[in-house]
Write a protein that binds this ligand. Structure first.
Ligand SMILES: *[C@@H]1O[C@H](CO)[C@@H](O)[C@H](O)[C@H]1NC(C)=O
Ligand SMILES: *[C@@H]1O[C@H](CO)[C@@H](O)[C@H](O)[C@H]1NC(C)=O
Ligand SMILES: *[C@@H]1O[C@H](CO)[C@@H](O)[C@H](O)[C@H]1NC(C)=O
Ligand SMILES: *[C@@H]1O[C@H](CO)[C@@H](O)[C@H](O)[C@H]1NC(C)=O
Ligand SMILES: *[C@@H]1O[C@H](CO)[C@@H](O)[C@H](O)[C@H]1NC(C)=O
Ligand SMILES: *[C@@H]1O[C@H](CO)[C@@H](O)[C@H](O)[C@H]1NC(C)=O
Ligand SMILES: *[C@@H]1O[C@H](CO)[C@@H](O)[C@H](O)[C@H]1NC(C)=O
Ligand SMILES: *[C@@H]1O[C@H](CO)[C@@H](O)[C@H](O)[C@H]1NC(C)=O
Ligand SMILES: *[C@@H]1O[C@H](CO)[C@@H](O)[C@H](O)[C@H]1NC(C)=O
Ligand SMILES: *[C@@H]1O[C@H](CO)[C@@H](O)[C@H](O)[C@H]1NC(C)=O
Ligand SMILES: *[C@@H]1O[C@H](CO)[C@@H](O)[C@H](O)[C@H]1NC(C)=O
Ligand SMILES: *[C@@H]1O[C@H](CO)[C@@H](O)[C@H](O)[C@H]1NC(C)=O
Length: 763
């Protein structure tokens, strides 16, 4: 009895302690602050300064020293802090990362400012002490890195907040519904995209219902993009309770669709009458009734409409007539069908700045009235089943910076009025049936052009005067699969900032490369001149192309040896010179190309043995093709170190000796192995049973002996094609071959095999 009583008392004490402790935690603890520094009454309000110092104390990394001004007593003068002139209270805390992450989609080697962005981001925890700043009206902690931490629940007590921005800050967990207490809030941004250096995103924050947003009666702008809202069946009902809302962004939120199975009833009343900007992109929505519900947007002053990357597969349902003020429309990457009228109806909206209808099945042709949209900067009609003529009126769109008509069926000539588009940076006309010529007239005033893409227009001829000095400095040129009029284009001579040049299959039959290629293109990273008829040896000036990562000269008529300076192109990752007339031994410098992943030397007249060190030095290789040359001798013992190889073709050479055991032991990634038409002899090494990823194995036309091993059928279960013909194999065909589920081709002819053909191969 006594014991129980004591236990109960202890429990109560523990309970009280926990409660007190929790309160102690939720308000801010100052015990470890060095008080003596702040003992003077001068400067800002002491308790607020302490709260800020606590906040700073929880920031672990500040590479850019953004908080270096946070010393001394007057915290109102610290960077990012602002106080009320009358009361002295801290009312604004703006610690947004000044660097906005940026990447350049049009630039083939990925270009970004992430280093700068990372260096400027504050890394650490949001110390809950900032909730002591009760007078805060404005709080911006965006684009920093509080990864691993949650949004402090006490933010719900900052009752005076009108502006709260926690976007792209790495915060995790549930968005606290306590934020609903911020009844004065006008702007809430918790966009959760995380830029991790590539285009991959991940969800960090989530909410299971949006009831809490309905309490923001003054909210004008709401951005919850990039958070997992898949549990919010009420999302539309909730945001529909915000009559002051002018901007709504719920992009990439896994928003639940409205259909019979989820939540069929749409709100009876459309309250979003203040909406100016709506973004529901990247949600894979497809319900036509949801789309129709928003058709009452036509009664308001909508300026921005983004519905891109959803799954709407109906004709575009809005007439747009009342969207008088529309400036941005993006409905790309849907399945909108039979909406050819849409482009015409846009003509009335002269305030349009950006139109992206790409990747839909619009159909029809371009109307001349588009020339009326003189404010237009972006017009993207990529892959929209458009055809017919490209109207010369597009040349009236003097503000255009971005014009994409690619992957359609336009079959006219390119209007010379394009030469007037002096703001144009990006022009993409690829994949059409354009005819006629591109001359310097089409590019006359394009002083800002950086990306010029006209590939895949078989009947288009580039005929630009070789003396012409263009007003632009291009970064990327794509002029493949068209007609270059036999010449290597000399007007490229002053394009010193070029990073990528694609002139494959362009009907160039020049005698050798111009010498200036090496000096002019000194920054180039990506060069494709394959499938032309270029003659002669590689000019030695090319060794200056030190940034080159991708070089494709295949299917031409280059001759001479592969030069020794090739080893100086130390950034090379892909080298394709197949189907030329190169001859002689491989340069010893080849093994200096440590980053090489793809190497194709097939169909030339290379001879000699492979370099001894090939395996050690070129260990990054994933594809190696040396077929149809005159290589001879045994495979170097280092060969087994090419551990990343998945594609190996040495066929049609003079290699001899036995097949190295090491291939089976070490090259376990191999999927494609072709050693046909050489002088390999001996037995099939038993280590080959370890090549479990092989789907193609061709050892035909060699001098191999022995029986066909049973383990082929038992171990190499991915085999689709097996070619052993014209060797000296003997004995039975093992029944186990019948176990290979995907085997489509089996060639064993011209050996000394005996016995029966297994029944499974009867048909
Ligand atoms: C308090 O800070 C001052 C100045 O940084 C330092 O000199 C002093 O030793 C500190 N006092 C304690 C008790 O840590
Ligand atoms: C407070 O004072 C600063 C500088 O004296 C001034 O720029 C600012 O406009 C004032 N703010 C208010 C709200 O009066
Ligand atoms: C970022 O910081 C690292 C390490 O402090 C430094 O090496 C690098 O140069 C910085 N980068 C930029 C863009 O400031
Ligand atoms: C954020 O910081 C963590 C370490 O605290 C790091 O692992 C992560 O890569 C950082 N993320 C970004 C986007 O800077
Ligand atoms: C908005 O519309 C709903 C019905 O769809 C209605 O119940 C609600 O009262 C309206 N809310 C506001 C704030 O107007
Ligand atoms: C949309 O507007 C039409 C006519 O303006 C009206 O009849 C209809 O009820 C409205 N729908 C909603 C959901 O508000
Ligand atoms: C353009 O606006 C005029 C006047 O408002 C209207 O008569 C016409 O039908 C509209 N054209 C299109 C294609 O929407
Ligand atoms: C639009 O363009 C058409 C054809 O180019 C022209 O006839 C019409 O007057 C223009 N409308 C406006 C409002 O500029
Ligand atoms: C190119 O022109 C020829 C002759 O005019 C025509 O037969 C062919 O279909 C055209 N090819 C393309 C891709 O437009
Ligand atoms: C390479 O080709 C050119 C042009 O066809 C020819 O003049 C030259 O002799 C050839 N050089 C070699 C080494 O075959
Ligand atoms: C390789 O080919 C070149 C020219 O075709 C010839 O001069 C040389 O003797 C050959 N070398 C070997 C090792 O066969
Ligand atoms: C392989 O071929 C070379 C010449 O191409 C010859 O010298 C060597 O003896 C051959 N080796 C074997 C094992 O057949």
């Amino acid at each position: 009895m006594g014991n129980l009583f004591i236990n109960a008392v202890l429990l109560i004490i523990l309970f009280l302690f926990l409660v007190t402790f929790q309160q102690f935690q939720s308000v801010c603890s100052h015990d470890d602050i060095n008080i003596s520094v702040y003992s003077s009454d001068a400067g800002c309000i002491v308790s607020e300064r302490r709260a800020l110092m606590k906040f700073k104390g929880s920031i672990l990394v500040d590479h850019a020293n953004r908080l270096s001004s946070w010393i001394g007593k007057d915290c109102c003068n610290w960077d990012g802090v602002a106080c009320d002139n009358l009361t002295g209270h801290v009312v604004k805390l703006d610690l947004r990362n000044p660097i906005i992450p940026y990447y350049d989609h049009y630039h083939p080697p990925f270009n970004n400012n992430f280093d700068d962005y990372y260096n400027n981001s504050l890394v650490g925890e949001i110390n809950p002490c900032i909730c002591d700043l009760e007078n805060l009206i404005y709080l911006d902690l965006s684009s920093n890195n509080f990864s691993g931490f949650q949004i402090p629940k006490c933010f719900g007590s900052l009752k005076n907040l009108r502006y709260l921005n926690l976007s792209v800050a790495g915060l995790e967990g549930e968005i606290p519904p306590h934020l609903g207490n911020l009844s004065k809030l006008e702007h809430l941004d918790i966009c959760g995209y995380v830029y991790d250096g590539w285009n991959h995103y991940k969800y960090f924050l989530w909410s299971n219902n949006l009831e809490w947003v309905t309490r923001f009666s003054f909210l004008r702008s709401l951005d919850l993009s990039g958070n997992d809202l898949s549990g919010c069946v009420d999302w539309l009902d909730s945001v529909n309770m915000l009559p002051s809302l002018s901007s709504l962004k719920l992009r990439w939120c896994r928003l639940p669709d409205r259909n019979l199975f989820s939540h069929p009833l749409l709100p009876s009343h459309f309250n979003l009458t203040s909406l100016i900007s709506l973004d529901l992109g990247m949600n894979y929505l497809k319900s036509p009734s949801l789309l129709n519900w928003f058709s009452n947007l036509t009664t308001i002053n909508l300026q921005v409409l983004r519905l891109d990357d959803n799954k709407f597969n109906i004709p575009f349902p809005y007439t747009l007539q009342k969207f008088r003020s529309l400036t941005v429309i993006d409905i790309s990457m849907n399945y909108f069908i039979n909406s050819s009228w849409l482009l015409d109806s846009l003509c009335n909206h002269t305030s349009l700045v950006s139109v992206d209808l790409s990747s839909n099945e619009l159909g029809g042709s371009l109307s001349v009235c588009l020339g009326n949209l003189t404010s237009l900067k972006v017009l993207n009609l990529h892959l929209t089943k458009l055809g017919g003529k490209v109207p010369s009126e597009l040349g009236h769109l003097k503000q255009l910076t971005h014009l994409d008509l690619s992957s359609n069926s336009f079959n006219s000539s390119i209007p010379t009025s394009f030469g007037e588009l002096s703001e144009l940076e990006f022009l993409d006309l690829r994949g059409n049936q354009l005819t006629g010529e591109i001359s310097e007239l089409h590019l006359l005033k394009l002083k800002n052009l950086k990306y010029f893409y006209v590939s895949e227009n078989q009947n288009l001829t580039v005929n630009i005067c070789s003396q012409w000095i263009p007003p632009f400095q291009l970064r990327t040129i794509r002029m493949s699969s068209l007609n270059m009029g036999n010449q290597f284009p000399l007007w490229l001579q002053n394009q010193k900032e070029l990073l990528a040049l694609d002139m494959a299959n362009a009907n160039i039959s020049a005698d050798a490369f111009p010498e200036w290629l090496g000096t002019t293109f000194s920054r180039i990273q990506w060069l494709n001149l394959s499938m032309n008829s270029i003659n002669g040896m590689l000019p030695s000036s090319m060794k200056a192309l030190k940034s080159l990562a991708h070089l494709d000269l295949s299917v031409n008529k280059f001759n001479g040896t592969l030069p020794e300076w090739i080893g100086e192109l130390s950034q090379l990752r892909e080298l394709y010179v197949q189907s030329n007339n190169f001859q002689g031994m491989l340069p010893s410098s080849l093994t200096k190309l440590k980053d090489l992943e793809f190497l194709d030397l097939s169909k030339n007249q290379f001879n000699g043995t492979l370099p001894e060190g090939i395996g050690e030095e070129l260990s990054q290789l994933v594809v190696l093709r040396l077929a149809s040359n005159w290589f001879n001798g045994m495979l170097p013992s280092s060969f087994k170190k090419l551990k990343n190889l998945y594609h190996l073709d040495l066929s049609k050479n003079q290699f001899n000796g036995t097949l190295p055991e090491g291939i089976g032991e070490e090259l376990s990634q191999l999927q494609y192995l072709r050693l046909a038409s050489n002088w390999f002899n001996g037995m099939l090494p038993s280590s080959f049973k370890k090549l479990k990823n092989l789907y193609y194995l061709d050892l035909s036309e060699n001098q191999l002996r022995g029986t066909i091993p049973e383990w082929i059928g038992e171990e190499l279960s991915n085999l689709e094609e097996l070619r052993f013909q014209s060797n000296h194999f003997y004995g039975n065909i093992p029944l186990q071959l019948c176990q290979l589920p995907n085997l489509g081709t089996l060639k064993l002819a011209n050996n000394s095999l005996s016995g029966h053909i297994p029944n499974c191969f009867d048909h």
